[in-house]
Structures are given as C-alpha cells and as structure tokens.
Design a protein around this ligand. Structure first.
Ligand code: PHE
Length: 497
C-alpha cells in the first residue's frame, strides 16, 4: 500500500500515462484541493526514487470579489447605461446609484452616454447610443472559464488596474516516474518496535529515512510569571547585600501586627473598611505575647520612653481584628519583635517580597492586591545618612541611579522619605519607594535596646516589572485578562541592563 489513497491514485495515473503529470491538473481532475495533492507528492518524494517531482511556479489569473460581481451583473458602465430611461436622468440622481460614479465616467469615455448641461432641473444624462456591448463582463467571463490566455496582456492589465482581476503565483509540481517507480510501494515504518525485534520482522520492513532537518517539537514546560522573574532578581540583590529573608507566609494578619505594633493609632483612617479588607471568619486573632501587648497599649494610650503617646482609650478588640495584611511591614514588625527577644542584641538585615491587599479603587495602575518589597536594617547608631546610602546602593544594583529624597509621613517612621528617580523614558521624576527610620515608640516596646535604630524602605514589585516589560495596564500583568502567551514569551529578567 502506498502512503495514502491520493498517493496511490497519483502512482496509478503515472503508470497509465506517458511521461508525467501536473499536480494542479491532477487536483482538478480528482476534485481535490491542490494542497492535498502536494502532500501526497511530498510523501512519495520521501520514499526515495519512486517519483521525480520538479517544482514549478505558474501564474494564474483570478477574479477579485468585485470581478466576480461584474462577471455576473455586468460592468458599472453597462449598469449605468441600462438604468437610463429614454427621457434621461438628472445627473445628481444618477450619481446616487451604486454604480453611479465609476459607471458614469467609464460610460462617458466609451461615448455610451451624454450630458445635457442646461436641462431644466439641472444637468441631465441621456443614452448616446441604442445598445452597448459589455466587453468587460465578457472578458471576465472568459477568465472565469479558465481561458485567460485568450486575452491580450494589455487587456489583462486593464482589468487588473480596475481591481477586477488579480494575478496569483502558484507553486505546482511536475511529477514523473522515478528510477525505482512502482505502484505497489509499502508503507515505510517510522519506528522500530519491540514486536519487530522479537518476531524478526524488522529484517523485511522498510524504514523511513531520518529527516535531520526537521524541527523538533518544542517541549512544554512550566512558565514563570514576569512578577516571579523580577522577584528572583530582587531577592538576588538582597542576598548579595547580606540580607536574610523574613517569613511572610501569612496573608491574614491581626490589626495588632499590621497597625498597633507599628504605633499606628486605632482611629487612623487606613484602619477603615474602605481601605482595609477585614475578615468575617475568623474575625479575631487570639494568640498574642501579652506582656508586649501591654507595652503597646501603654505607648498608645499613655506614652512612655519620653513620648506623649496618642492619649486615647486603646482597645484590645480593635487590635484583635483580623485583616488581609495591607503591607509587609507587618512581617517586619514580627521579625523585629523576634530579634528583640534574642539577647544579647546582634545587628540584622532583613528583607521580604510578598503579597499585600488594599481596598483600592481599581484602575490601570492599581489592583486590590499587589506585592511589596521591603528591606530592614537594625543596628546601633544608624542614621538617615545610612538609609540614603543603602538606598543608593540598592537602587544602583537595579540600574536606577540619580535618586532624590522627599520628606514624607508614615505613622511608624520619623523621619520618612519618599524616593524618586528621574525616568529617562517618561522624562519626569517618578516615585520608586518609601522609606524611613522606625520610631522609638515602635521599637522600644518590642524590647530592643536604647540606641538601636532601624532603617527601612519599601516599594512595589509591580511597578518595576511593568517598566521592565513595557506593560502599561496592570490588568495585562495580573488577573483574568492576562494573555498567557505574554507569560510564555517573556524573556528572562536582568535588572541592570
Ligand atoms: N509600609 C510602607 C508602605 O506600605 C513602606 C515602608 C516600609 C515605609 C518601610 C517605610 C519603611 O508604603
């Protein structure tokens, strides 16, 4: 058996014929799509010398959709001619007909019609001859019947210019018998099977030759989302700078660690339903280091360590409310509290990169969940100068130089600075981070010794990722509208280039 029924038919035709055959003619004789015949030719070619196939290109003329319409209904000029009644038609009315404009000018130059300029009611068009012969339609019908060669080149080009005809190049094969021609060729095996080996049949079967130029199938693997690729780079930078990763494996946090431990008063607007997602079930957290909670309560309500506090009635119920953490600084607070419990104190450098949640109005650059990157350094005598220095080093490793600092406010840092970078592409200063020195009202209740300062900064993971990958709308990066192909195709991330 040959490779397929079409290949078999092709071989039979070659056997009976004298010389060779054309793939396009065979396709029309068999009523098949030309590509099917081409496929059969290729599979026979792969067998070696069974057939010879010579690639030829043929020019072919085809009617355009407008050409087909003209072949059926006549040319525009003929349609204009036939639509004119004996008493003529006002020119402006004629122009409104579907064939009006083109038909009018062609019919005029054919001298089929004439215009009477001074007719009452405006210029009027009349037939100028009794009958016309629609040669354009006749020529197109010839092409339709496969007799384009009966037209002169000039005639064909005219129709082409009118966009009624188009010229196609077709690749066809001229097929003839090869030196090993046979109509009964056996199907070649593509694979050696265990059965062939045990039965010994491999000795008699024909194997397909290796095709060393065929392209392999692309292996399907997992794909990293751009955010994860950029996260890897940030993690690498922190590790190079000697930072240790903090545990951030809890999206759910108590108000206590998210706000109270950070000396953020319980009336602060960020603690409102409109800014924060609170949990219904379980609505409250139960497990707290109570002696520390007492110290936090005191600093809020009465002050201490030289601070006046906020002087309000601090409530445990408010601190117990569970929420989706609004910043990774909650994880930093937990890490610093743990650090404070280790005596004697030893300096620490921590970082985290994880997801946070805010009850935001969604737009092109804001989602209700995003990722924060945070760095924290605790040591004796750290100053604002150290913070600026470490920010400069950190951002330089990202390829971001040219920083400016702007005074800002956070409830838990004093002083606080927003970090800006001059963006060459956008030609303006863009905010790249927020930072500050944690307040003593946050650190001392934790049990950290006096004289320790903690400098810290935070930024989003989404913004540098969008800049890096040229994404303008955050919904193209995260959520149900993400084009997975974008994820598959995105290159590796190198931040310093
Ligand atoms: N938590 C701040 C924010 O969510 C970022 C920050 C981290 C600011 C550390 C200062 C110090 O924007």
């Amino acid at each position: 058996m040959a490779d397929g029924p079409v290949a078999q038919l092709l071989l039979q035709r070659l056997e009976g014929g004298d010389g060779g055959l054309d793939s396009l003619e065979l396709a029309s004789a068999l009523g098949l799509d030309h590509q099917v015949v081409v496929g059969a030719v290729k599979s026979l070619q792969a067998l070696g010398e069974v057939i010879e196939a010579e690639l030829r290109s043929t020019q072919r003329w085809e009617l355009t959709p407008e050409g087909q319409e003209t072949a059926q209904d006549g040319s525009h000029e003929a349609r204009v001619f036939h639509s004119l009644p004996p008493e003529g038609l006002v020119q402006s009315e004629l122009m409104k007909l579907p064939s009006g404009k083109v038909g009018f000018s062609k019919a005029m130059s054919n001298k089929w019609i004439r215009v009477e300029k001074n007719a009452p009611g405006g210029p009027r068009v009349f037939r100028a001859v009794d009958s016309v012969q629609d040669l354009v339609q006749a020529k197109l019908r010839l092409v339709q019947e496969g007799e384009a060669e009966h037209l002169s080149e000039k005639e064909r080009n005219e129709l082409k210019k009118r966009k009624l005809l188009s010229e196609m190049t077709l690749k066809t094969y001229w097929v003839s018998k090869g030196s090993a021609f046979s109509t009964s060729i056996s199907k070649q095996e593509a694979e050696l099977s265990p059965e062939m080996i045990s039965s010994g049949s491999w000795r008699d079967v024909k194997f397909k030759a290796y095709n060393f130029s065929s392209k392999g199938i692309l292996p399907e693997g997992g794909h990293l989302h751009p955010l994860m690729k950029v996260r890897t780079q940030f993690r690498q930078i922190f590790l190079e700078m000697g930072f240790t990763e903090m545990p951030t494996d809890n999206f759910i946090e108590s108000s206590f660690w998210n706000f109270d431990a950070l000396f953020q008063p319980q009336q602060h607007p960020a603690r409102d339903q409109h800014d924060t997602f609170f949990l219904k079930d379980p609505a409250e957290a139960l497990d707290f280091p109570m002696d520390y909670v007492e110290r936090v309560k005191r600093i809020h309500s009465q002050g201490g360590y030289g601070s006046q506090g906020y002087k309000y009635d601090w409530k445990m119920e408010e601190a117990q409310k569970n929420l989706l953490r609004t910043h990774t600084t909650a994880a930093s607070a937990r890490a610093l509290y743990r650090l404070a419990q280790k005596k004697p104190f030893s300096p620490a450098k921590y970082f985290s990169i994880d997801r946070v949640f805010r009850n935001e109005t969604l737009d092109a650059t804001h989602l209700a969940e995003f990722h924060q990157i945070e760095g924290v350094v605790a040591d004796y005598g750290l100053t604002l100068g150290h913070l600026m220095g470490i920010l400069k080093e950190f951002f330089t490793k990202l390829g971001i130089t040219n920083l400016r600092f702007k005074p800002a406010y956070n409830p838990y840092t004093e002083p606080s600075m927003e970090v800006f970078n001059y963006h060459q592409g956008l030609k303006k200063w863009v905010e790249v981070g927020n930072s500050g020195v944690f307040r003593p009202e946050m650190l001392l209740p934790m049990g950290l010794p006096e004289g320790i300062s903690v400098i810290a900064w935070g930024l989003s993971l989404e913004r540098p990722t969008m800049i890096k990958y040229g994404i303008n709308n955050i919904r193209e990066l995260v959520g149900h509208k993400v084009n997975l192909q974008m994820v598959y195709d995105n290159p590796l991330c190198r931040l310093d280039t």
